[in-house]
Design a protein around this ligand. Structure first.
Ligand code: CMX
Length: 145
């Protein structure tokens, strides 16, 4: 395992439209993707682009709004009603190799690998095994350089 690029920082919000307005009007974001529903995870999602070095695309902020009271993000918001940082997502070249690596170290994978918001396989690791941080591992999208 070699530490990969941080693809995105997941931020849970109670109101996605208000959060988008905040990133545009207060933080000066100029590139925000159209929100879409990720049914499998009961969230409405969009990405705020931050600039990278030398014109490359930088880390994104993933805004997550629950679409139902049963959504895991709705449960998290019960204890963080204003929202806040929910997870960190690192890229890996091969999702299966990464899963084997973490499991070989006794790290708990939460649920099965699934397709994430970027259309590539992802999985989550238990925060108590990961220095307190809910950690998402994501296979690098093939089209991204
Ligand atoms: N930060 C810190 N701890 C967290 C946490 C968070 N954001 N979310 C959950 N936990 C803790 C729980 O309290 C629990 O702790 P204990 O085991 O000590 O009780 C532990 O992590 C496991 O959580 P859980 O909800 O019991 O586990 P599940 O298997 O039911 O859920 C999880 C797995 C955390 C991934 C899911 O609840 C979740 O948050 N899903 C949302 C995923 C998401 O953000 N999807 C959006 C798009 C994905 C993409 O980026 O592509």
């Amino acid at each position: 395992m070699k530490l990969g690029r941080i693809n995105h920082i997941g931020v849970a919000v109670p109101d996605l439209d208000a959060a988008i307005a905040y990133y545009r009007e207060v933080m000066g974001a100029t590139s925000i993707t159209e929100p879409f529903v990720l049914e499998s995870q009961q969230v409405r999602v969009c990405f705020v682009d931050t600039p990278g070095l030398s014109g490359t695309s930088g880390t994104q902020i993933e805004l997550l709004e629950p679409t139902s009271p049963q959504s895991p993000v709705a449960k998290w918001l019960e204890t963080h009603p204003f929202g806040g940082q929910h997870h960190l997502c690192y890229e890996v070249p091969d999702i299966h190799e990464a899963k084997n690596w973490f499991e070989s170290l006794g790290k708990r994978v939460l649920g099965d690998p699934r397709i994430g918001a970027h259309g590539t396989p992802i999985f989550f690791l238990h925060p108590k095994d990961m220095a307190g941080q809910l950690t998402e591992i994501m296979e690098t999208p093939k089209a991204v350089h």
